[in-house]
Design a binder for this molecule. Structure first.
Ligand SMILES: Cc1ncc(COP(=O)(O)O)c(C=O)c1O
Length: 414
């Protein structure tokens, strides 16, 4: 297996060619030139509505179909119609949750009204389920432990014949902890419940395999995965087809049309297709023997995971040198269980001040509650100030981490 081709990776991203260290990737990543070209080509050559009989419109249909095939390969879907495109992850969470809310009383064998949510999640994957209390849902909390991780033993105690669905994140956008969702599915399904996975934060950091995860729904945001702004939903074909969703009555009650009512941003879907192909090309560079598109994608995402583990090791050293309090997983032997997203605070300096000082040194990080105010509360942090978050992806380098570490050291030595 070839070494991680970091110079080629960086050269592919026009936005990385200046002196700026971009560590705010969990809020949205940069796009390679190939993605920008795909968006521009779409706007230049086929900026028309789909579904017409003329060539340009047919090309839009074809572009969407191709993107659907690519995203299906990215998540290892059984069928490309299991993928729906839309504006973002939150709107798909809301759409699925409304449908589940409407069918809460439908289970004949028993009354399944309990929805398990976690306090490790982004608020989007909590609030949409809390809103179902009006429909008679009962919310059950699966809380993370002091190690910043959700534990399966705790989930087991919460599951019952009353559980309708478990909604949980694959990785925390605020502290990076990864959850073993295949084990969640095993337990939830044994109790007769479904599983809804928020893969938004995990997306750029490892392999997504809905068949291995054995979940029922999974949402992602393309813009965290090197495409422009868009989101997509995967769901089992038969599960999605059974969902009561809103659509005009002439729209077929089958996926993807039943989940894609209205117009979304086609050029960004073309960009998402190109983002998948970018990852695929990277996989072929790393493992020229990859025989299929999926094999190339897995080669890429597995290599990214290994490379990012090195970055995480360097980040833990840099943060330890600055005497930072790091939340969640802090030991190198546990790095496989976290993404390179670090929530931390420095002694005696407010999060806002830290990010301002880093900004002066041309380093972009973020401060605040990261849309996870409950998680902040559990960490003993005020919602208003929260944490500092440095979030890396595979185009960041150990040199970036060194600059970040030196900047922190300068701040803490005063
Ligand atoms: C873990 C997680 N879930 C959900 C969201 C919301 O995604 P979107 O902006 O696509 O609605 C985000 C965005 O930051 C996130 O990090």
């Amino acid at each position: 297996m070839a070494e991680f081709p970091i110079s080629e990776v960086r050269a592919a991203f026009p936005a990385l060619q200046d002196d700026f260290v971009f560590f705010d990737n969990a809020a949205g990543a940069q796009s390679p030139q190939t993605v920008l070209n795909a968006v521009a080509n779409h706007l230049l050559h086929r900026n028309v509505q789909r579904g017409g009989r003329y060539k340009k419109s047919q090309e839009v249909d074809e572009a969407i179909a191709q993107a659907r095939t690519s995203v299906a390969l990215l998540v290892n879907a059984r069928h490309s119609d299991e993928i729906s495109f839309g504006m973002n992850a939150t709107s798909f969470m809301r759409l699925v949750s409304i449908a589940i809310g409407q069918s809460l009383g439908d289970h004949r064998e028993n009354d399944r009204r309990e929805i398990i949510v976690t306090d490790l999640d982004h608020e989007a994957n909590i609030a949409v389920w809390l809103a179902l209390e009006r429909e008679g849902a009962k919310i059950v909390w699966w809380n993370f432990r002091d190690d910043g991780r959700l534990h399966l033993e705790d989930l087991e105690k919460l599951l019952s014949p009353r559980t309708r669905i478990v909604a949980c994140t694959l990785a925390s956008n605020a502290i990076g902890s990864i959850l073993n969702v295949a084990e969640v599915s095993k337990r939830a399904h044994a109790a007769g419940a479904e599983v809804f996975i928020d893969a938004v934060h995990y997306g750029p950091h490892g392999t997504i395999d809905v068949q291995a995860f054995d979940c029922d729904y999974l949402v992602c945001s393309g813009y965290k995965m090197f495409s422009p702004h868009m989101g997509f939903l995967w769901g089992r074909l038969e599960t999605l087809n059974a969902l009561p969703t809103f659509r005009e009555d002439f729209v077929p009650d089958t996926t993807p049309s039943k989940l894609e009512v209205g117009t979304y941003v086609y050029e960004n879907v073309a960009g998402m297709d190109a983002a998948v192909r970018y990852l695929e090309d990277l996989g072929r560079k790393i493992n020229p023997a990859a025989t299929s598109r999926r094999a190339a994608l897995v080669a890429s995402t597995e290599a990214i995971k290994c490379y990012e583990a090195q970055l995480s090791g360097a980040m833990l050293d840099a943060l330890a040198s600055a005497k930072a309090t790091v939340y969640g997983i802090t030991t190198k032997d546990q790095i496989a269980h976290r993404t390179p997203t670090f929530g931390f605070n420095l002694p005696g300096i407010s999060p806002a001040k830290v990010t301002e000082e880093l900004a002066k040194r041309n380093i972009g990080v973020r401060d605040g509650h990261m849309y996870s105010p409950r998680l902040m509360k559990r960490l003993g942090l005020a919602k208003e100030s929260g944490e500092v978050r440095a979030s890396l992806v595979h185009y960041n380098t150990v040199e970036d981490v060194r600059r970040f570490g030196s900047a922190l050291a300068e701040m803490t030595s005063h």
